[in-house]
Each structure stands twice: as structure tokens, then as C-alpha cells.
Design a protein around this ligand. Sequence first.
Ligand code: HEM
Length: 406
Amino acid sequence: MTQAPGLPAALAHPFSPAGRLDPYPAYDWLRGHRPVYRDPMTGLWLVTGYADCTALLKDPAFSAAAGQRERAREDDLPVSMLTTDGTGHARLRAPGALLLGPAALASVAGAIAADADALLDRAAARGRLEDAVEQLGAPLATAVLGRLFGLPEEQWDTLGALGRAVSLNLDPMAPPPVASLGRAAMGELTRYLDGHLDTAPPSPLARLAADPRLTRQEVLGVLGLAVVGGWQPLAESVGNALYWLLPRPEVRAALRGAGPEEAGTLMDELLRLEAPIPFTARVTVRAAELPGGRIPAGQRVLAVLAAANRDPAVFARPAELLPSRRPNPHLAFGAGPHFCLAARLVRETGALLLARIVRRFPAAALAGPGARWAPTLIPRRLTGLAVDLGAPAPVAARSAAVTGRA
Ligand code: HEM
């Protein structure tokens, strides 16, 4: 493949300070002109087309294990699903379903719905959220992990603090001092979870820990990955979703009357538009042929999920929120063997929370222009997302939220 010219000078590089806040113009150009592009600034290959990203994520020539090792080479962290490929990966993933599969989800769904209601009770007492991610998204993410792990509520503050600390590991371009803090936090999280394994009450975690297919270290690896890969993306997905949802009265109105399936369809669309994990890393273990171009062996590659999610070849009116978009084969959860094991959990939890918010607070609106995209690369996230909740609906009008319909 001939060397690609750089991005047009008028476009901010997606990893530059301006591009981090709004990477979509550069992604659009790359997808249209160079869907498989070797970026001279970083040496990384950026894959932005939908067909190319899906092919890449399913092709064993692109190693997730090598992709992760590349960014965490000084780690001695336990192995996990994202640090393995092929049969080693499948061996870990099958028991991982004990933690995150449908039965695990069913066992905690009622408690999570009650946790969401309790968070909204607290929000109602204040009438306003100064920061919807801090006051709703983060505590909800902690509650979800707390329920899956069977942790008593008095330990949730510790879990939330650890979740926040290990999230430093998400950003692949974090400067070395930050990366080193992230690694230290990961060690602390692993020790904390290790101390909990033998005494965990009946819970998805306890079922995983009792599974004879995994060693103790492997169990800890799966749990650690759930915290690193799950806590902050789930927390931030709430902010990203509210940012798109609240300014659209017609979408809020439709969600008020929606059942779980329609609410889930909307959640998918919100995840497509603002994927909290905008890209994921791989390394080519041999030369690979994608629809949009060839990548030699030994290259570091990013599947840019956020760019693929707005590919006009797959999604009509790709930059718009179409709440009933179906099918919606977005890549916010990845694709192929590493497809997010918690996709259903995230979709259902998000749908449940959003439906409750619009039913309980029909006039909820973004408050002021304070929300800003943070300059972090992963996750894509907002800071200062203030929400004015407005007058709560009479209890009878929101009974659907209380009975847990969506
Ligand atoms: C909005 C929230 C979330 C998003 C956008 C998301 C996205 C993703 C993506 C894109 C991948 C694939 C990574 C790759 O191919 O390199 C992935 C994998 C994974 N996610 Fe999620 N995730 C979310 C929440 C969660 C949560 C809450 C958990 C657990 C509690 C979780 C657990 C996992 C695991 C275990 C994997 C690895 C699966 C494997 O390698 O086989 N995720 N996630």
C-alpha cells in the first residue's frame, strides 16, 4: 500500500488537543479517503470504516493479547480475556459468563433497579444534579459491580474509589506517571478482590470463584477486567446518553411510554453515537488484508469503533439520533470473539435508568452550557454535565418506572 498523505491541514488530528474534543471531522475524512491509514504522527494504523473494523475484530491476524501487552508491558497483572487470544481466550470467556451472562444479570436486575430508584430519590431531594456522571453514573456503576460481586453496601465506597483509580489504565496514551499510578491501582484492586473471594456471599462472583475451570489468578483477572473495562465506561455512558437525550423532548416523550425493548433500542442508538470506548488496540501477528487496505505484520492498529459507528454506508443519517433505529449493528461493544461480555447488562441498565429519569422528571433539562468533552481518549466522557430535574411527575404518572417496566 502506498504511504497515505496526512490529514488535510484544516482538520485537527483526532489525538491533538482540539481533535480529542471533537474527533468526528477527522474520522469522517479518514473513513471517506483512507479507511485503513498509517498515521505518521503516532505510527499507529487507524481503521475507521465499518467493514474494515468488523473484519479486523474477527480476524485472528489481529491479536488482542499483543495489543494489550504493547500498552502495558511493565505489568505483571493477572491474565484476562483481553490479554489472551484463540483457545486461551475462549477458556477464560466461557466461565466469565457466570459473572456477566443472562443468569447473572437476572439474579441482580431487581436490586439494580432498586439502586437506580434510590439514586433518583436522592437526586429528587436536591432538584438538580451538578454533575450527572458523578451523582448518577458513577454510583450506578459501583452499584452494578457491587451487586455482581456480592459486596455489602458499606464497601461500595471502597469499590467505587478503586474503580475510579484503575480507570487510569483505560487511556492507552496516558503519560508514564499516570500509567504507573494506574498499574499500582490495579495491584491494589487485585489484592482487595483476593481478600473477598473466600467469603463472598452467593453472587455471580461467588459462582465464578467456585468454577473449577479457572485458577484463582484467572478469576482475579476476569474480575479485574470487569472493573477496569466496566466501571468508568458504564458511568460515563450515563452522561453521554443524557447529553443527547435531554435536549430532545420528542425522544423523552417516546421513552416515557416505551417498554424495555424500545428503551433498549434507544440505548443502543445512544451508545452508537457516543461510544464510551471509541477505539480498541490490536497488533498484527502476520500481514492482513482488509477491505480498505493491507497492513503488514507487527503493526499496532486501532479499530476506531466511534468512526465505524458513523459510517454512512451502514447507518443512514449517521450523525443524528434516530431513537428507533433498527437494525443497529453498532460497534460500541466491539465485535468478534472479544465482544463485550456485559453488553446486555449495560444496555438493560442504561435503558432502565433513562426510562426512570424521563418518567419521574418529565421536564429534566441540561442546565447551562457547562458540559465539556474531556480530553481523555478512552473513555469518551463529559465533565460538568449539570441537569435541572424540574418538577417531579405525580407518583401515579410514573408508576411504570416503579414497577420496573423498562
Ligand atoms: C458502556 C459500557 C461499556 C462499553 C461501551 C464496553 C465496551 C467494550 C468493548 C468495545 C469491548 C471489546 C474490547 C476489544 O475488543 O478489544 C469490551 C469487552 C469487554 N467488556 Fe465491556 N463495555 C462496557 C461495560 C462493561 C461492563 C460494565 C463490564 C463488566 C462488568 C464489561 C466487561 C467486559 C469484558 C469482560 C470484556 C472482554 C471480553 C473478551 O475479551 O472476551 N464491559 N467492552
